[in-house]
Design a protein around this ligand. Structure first.
Ligand code: AMP
Ligand code: ZN
Length: 663
């Protein structure tokens, strides 16, 4: 056997063992034997880099780092599902669809897995791309992370069509979730709230080796491909299984809504024995022909319906109420409960929302309360068990002073929350605002984390985000756990943030109600912080999608002298407070309707600048070439596979100069 053959055969063998172990739960060799084989493969691969293959089982451990996840437009939209809660709802649905299709209808009942939805594209049997649901129209390309999930086949088995999109859910089984949390708590970190959010967070980690460490699984349930020759959803699942996917084997084919309800009732109980979280059942019309006839509403397929399990409730005692202060000064009351098991986790705290809620339910300390866990991260109190109320209990008096800084709280008309307005003298607000400023979607300051911000504030080194720019290495070195290297990194990170474009700075400075999208709109319209800071309500409202609430908040922000001064300081330190001129010069609709793919290294502009230019002129940037691509803009070292693909699809490849010509 040649070396190449040996490598190939080891890869094939390991692939099969992986599949047996993770997808079938049926290993045929010991872990030790597996590790030995993997080691031989790794050694051979190290000696023979010429036989590199991105799909090798040795690369499942990850290692590739993604700086920012590219947005990809879904070829087939990812819809949501309509919900039903009762037999009547289901019968109504059946009535509706019976009017739209002929013949008898059979249904497939599947469990509704509670995780992060994912769309996988395979071309010629190989995993090409994995994209999150995003807003349903476009999502993030998380392929590098998905490749580390063992139940996602990198290469399909058997006979598969040339191209398929297959959809499913990335879930984190309870076992793995609990283990991760034990480690976090041991390290003094806050435990993760629930498996679903942790699963979706895992897909957006920059270091794929980190994702690889998490015991994620991928469960598949929908195929969007053409030319599969399949006629029913039930066969779809079977086919997916044959290709090597883990497709819910608990799915059941039924003939009536009564049978659907049997399935629901059975799983409402049995689901507690499943290794992952489920929040209902999905009922799908089995015939793909009927599915096609039924089509979609603006947000969901007409041929499918989710049936949500009733949220679970328990009764427990309310021990005390604590009040948290957020970065905007908003006060959130939190119920501290006698710990109780609920839906697979131990619940100790519940959200109380606001003063009205406490008053409405007349929640008192020491009451027996009913706690419910729906889809939310934090369970909520839904009622008080008055029959168990102790004699002499007192109704709850909401706090009138900030628990952190003792400032008088205020509550404005029409706002359910109380606020502490001691903007610059209330620690959680001060810390929270700086933490927001440095966060990934804002200034993305590398080397500076939330805990360090708290340390810096508590040590009196900074009291607002503009103070970051005067920090010196010698200031931060004495901080707890701050080594030479991390201090250098922190200072360099702060310096680098001066390059962050205006729109993100505008988001970072934390004007209430100015999120990412609003910041973009405002930046585009006003072009500089100076112009924005003197805009009045009318001018602000005249901007597309800016309402009164946002306008008032912007005006208020700049009316506060401390904010005004802070912005002036940022400006002095060189933070971007206006749109850069070249970006400005090119705001047109010239590229409207055109879709570009950018590949390689460029000379006159960076890749990001090029993308920005395209978007500023109304064009779209996609991360992969399809028949819809208008142009591929090629720089040096453009990937050969992109070139081949563009040529195969007849998409013109243009150079940097050609692009500027078109502009
Ligand atoms: P919702 O987010 O509540 O609108 O529910 C729709 C989501 O349910 C889809 O985006 C999927 O991610 C998820 N889902 C979980 N299990 C299934 C299943 N068996 N079939 C279809 N969708 C499912
Ligand atoms: Zn306060």
């Amino acid at each position: 056997m040649s070396t190449k053959e040996k490598i190939e055969s080891l890869r094939e063998e390991l692939r099969q063992h992986n599949y047996n172990y993770y997808t079938l739960d049926n290993p045929t060799i010991t872990d030790f034997e597996f590790d030995m084989k993997l080691k031989s493969l790794q050694e051979l691969e190290a000696k023979h880099p010429e036989f590199y293959d991105a799909n090798s089982p040795s690369l499942r451990v990850g290692g590739a780092v993604t700086k920012s996840f590219e947005t990809v437009v879904h070829e087939h939209r990812m819809y949501s599902l309509d919900n039903s809660y009762s037999k009547e709802d289901l019968l109504d649905w059946e009535k509706r669809i019976k009017k739209l299709v002929d013949g008898p209808i059979t249904y497939v009942c599947e469990l509704k897995y509670d995780g992060a939805s994912i769309s996988l594209t395979y071309e010629n049997g190989k995993l090409l791309r994995a994209v999150t649901r995003g807003d349903g129209f476009q999502g993030d390309d998380v392929t590098t992370n998905i490749r580390t999930i063992n139940t996602v086949p990198l290469i399909l088995k058997g006979d598969y069509p040339e191209k398929i999109d297959i959809r499913g859910e990335i879930v984190l089984p309870f076992d793995g979730f609990n283990k991760m949390n034990e480690e976090r708590v041991a390290a003094g970190e806050e435990p993760y709230k629930n498996p679903r959010n942790t699963a979706s967070g895992s897909l957006k980690l920059q270091d794929s080796a980190e994702t690889a460490k998490r015991p994620l699984e991928c469960l598949l349930y929908n195929i969007e491909g053409r030319g599969t020759g399949i006629k029913t959803q039930f066969e779809n699942l079977e086919k997916a299984r044959n290709w090597g996917f883990k497709a819910p084997s608990d799915a059941k084919l039924v003939n009536s809504i009564d049978e659907v309800l049997e399935f629901v009732n059975y799983w409402d109980n049995a689901r507690h024995d499943l290794p992952y979280e489920t929040d209902g059942v999905v009922i799908k019309v089995n015939s793909l022909f009927q599915q096609q006839e039924l089509g979609y509403t603006s947000k969901a397929p007409r041929w499918a319906m989710a049936y949500k399990f009733k949220a679970e409730q328990v009764s427990t005692r309310l021990n005390s109420i604590s009040y948290q202060v957020g970065r905007t000064g908003a006060i959130t009351p939190v119920a501290n409960l006698e710990p109780v098991a609920l839906a697979g986790t131990i619940v100790k705290r519940a959200s109380l929302h606001n003063a009205d809620q406490i008053e409405k339910l007349d929640i008192r300390i020491n009451d027996a309360v009913f706690v419910e866990k729906g889809g939310e991260i934090i369970p909520k109190i839904i009622a008080v068990d008055l029959s168990k109320r102790r004699q002499g209990s007192q109704s709850t008096v909401y706090i009138s002073k900030c628990p952190e800084c003792h400032h008088e709280l205020v509550r404005t008309e029409g706002d359910a929350k109380h606020y502490c307005l001691n903007y610059n003298g209330c620690n959680p607000q001060v810390i929270g605002r700086i933490q927001h400023y440095i966060s990934r979607k804002a200034m993305d300051i590398e080397g500076l984390g939330d805990e360090t911000v708290a340390l810096l504030v508590n040590a009196g080194l900074i009291s607002n985000y503009s103070d970051l720019y005067v920090l010196k290495k010698t200031d931060v070195l004495p901080l707890e756990r701050m080594a030479e290297k991390s201090a250098d990194k922190l200072i360099a990170g702060i310096e680098a943030s001066k390059q962050i474009p205006f729109e993100r700075v505008l988001y970072a400075i934390g004007i209430r109600f100015v999120g990412e999208t609003v910041a973009k709109k405002l930046a585009k319209h006003f072009k500089s912080i100076d112009a924005l800071s003197i805009a009045n309500i009318d001018e602000l409202i005249s901007v597309d999608e800016i309402g009164e609430k946002i306008a008032e908040s912007v005006v208020e922000f700049f009316s506060i002298k401390a904010n005004h001064d802070m912005v002036q300081r940022l400006k002095m330190f060189g933070v971007q407070l206006e749109l850069s001129t070249d970006v400005l010069a090119n705001q047109t609709n010239r590229l409207e309707g055109q879709i570009f793919v950018v590949s390689g290294v460029f000379h006159t502009v960076s890749r990001n600048e090029l993308k920005q230019l395209i978007e500023n002129n109304g064009g779209k940037v996609a991360s992969s070439i399809s028949s819809k691509t208008t142009y591929v803009v090629a720089g040096d070292k453009m990937g050969p596979s992109k070139r081949t693909k563009a040529e195969a699809l007849g998409v013109p490849i243009i150079l940097e100069n050609d692009f500027f010509q078109i502009l």
